[in-house]
Ligand binder design. Structure first.
Ligand SMILES: [Mg+2]
Length: 372
């Protein structure tokens, strides 16, 4: 049997959000997603989702992903056997520098095809699950201290989430840190929160406030400093006050090794898109495992498609012990698959059906599709 890729198509959809989301650089009201469908000679179609927090995060957007996939990747992939995933990733790497989000989107659809052809969930292609559900942190990003505290308490009471992370970075570092401490103290006795300023805090101010952040029992500082500042992360880690999580800094397999060598990280935040695919997340997690570093299941705020892909790899990682933030499907006001991934008792569960285990709802694609 020799399966071939016969066609590749893309759609951009804009999914409304339940509430606006304040990042360090942008406020968002709807989530753009790039949906890819890869057809094969066996009649099996693989689906993938490309999405980013925004072009400010990693330099890619749904529009750049679509262009790169249609113009550069499709001609490389048509006629190839979709099961040679590592070889196809190498081929894409040789032809197109960077553009990891676009590569991850293609790889997701390839794994969906291979899982469907083998009649197994993608998690089995990565070694099988070590846990079938992962606790989910919710992001407090409502935009005010009172609203963040109220939202945290409400979600704990309803048993939707048991801990949180705060988005930060939209205001000067010192004001932001005071805000984080107030929210953390406001939640004391009920729950705890980490904080993610997306690389926008300055090192000196952060160093000055490490004692107070520790006293306020902040769970972790996720990417407090810019993506390139590995040495700064190492100096913050050396204070041993609050665990340092690397997100933007830990994008590639090579980044992961360098962070370990520089002793710059306590926790790795994993993400499929920033790393160029599920198989690369597995490699990064292996580097972390070899260094005795735990992982956190990060998100680019995916629908059920990308969330399923994350779950199929995260669930196979013995050292993913710091929970996850895969709340994308319940943050958006609608989903685009027939059976969304399941959230229950503060956890999200790995789909069991073959491939990614989710099926596109074409009515929803039609409803939210952006005109070209
Ligand atoms: Mg982050």
């Amino acid at each position: 049997m020799n399966t071939k890729i016969t066609a590749i198509s893309t759609d951009i959809v804009d999914i409304p959000l339940r509430r606006a989301h304040q990042f360090s650089a942008a406020k968002m009201n709807a989530k753009p997603l790039l949906i890819i469908q890869i057809e094969t000679s066996e009649g099996v179609t693989g689906i993938g989702e490309g999405t980013t927090p925004g072009i400010w995060w990693g330099g890619e957007s749904v529009e750049t992903m679509r262009l790169v996939i249609e113009k550069y990747f499709a001609p490389l992939l048509i006629g190839e056997d979709p099961s040679y995933i590592e070889a196809l990733l190498t081929k894409m790497d040789r032809q197109v520098l960077g553009n990891e989000f676009a590569k991850a989107t293609v790889e997701m659809a390839l794994y969906d095809i291979v899982g469907k052809l083998a009649n197994v969930p993608v998690s089995q292609l990565f070694g099988g699950v070590v846990r079938d559900g992962i606790p989910v942190r919710w992001a407090l990003a409502a935009g005010s201290i009172e609203a963040d505290i109220a939202e945290g308490k409400d979600k704990v009471k309803k048993r939707e989430h048991h801990n949180f992370k705060m988005k930060a970075g939209a205001i000067p570092t010192v004001d932001d840190i005071k805000r984080v401490i107030e929210v953390s103290k406001g939640l004391e006795g009920v729950t705890t929160t980490g904080v993610d300023p997306n690389g926008s805090w300055d090192e000196l101010t952060t160093l000055r406030w490490m004692d107070q952040l520790a006293e306020a029992k902040v769970d972790f500082l996720e990417q407090p400093l810019p993506k390139w500042d590995f040495a700064g992360l190492a100096r913050l880690k050396a204070t041993r006050k609050v665990p340092i999580m690397a997100d933007e800094s830990a994008s590639t397999v090579q980044d992961a090794l360098k962070l370990v060598e520089m002793d710059a990280v306590d926790i790795f935040s994993l993400k499929i898109h920033k790393s160029g695919g599920m198989s690369r997340v597995k490699k990064i997690a292996a580097i972390a495992e070899a260094a005795g570093i735990p992982c956190f299941g990060g998100t680019s705020l995916e629908s059920s498609i990308g969330t399923a892909a994350c779950l199929h790899v995260y669930s196979t990682l013995p050292n993913l012990t710091e929970d996850c933030e895969l709340f994308g499907p319940i943050w958006m006001a609608d989903d685009i698959v027939e059976e969304p991934v399941v959230f229950k008792n503060e956890k999200v569960y790995v789909p069991q059906k073959p491939g990614l285990g989710v099926t596109l709802d074409m009515e929803k694609i039609k409803k939210y599709r952006r005109d070209k």
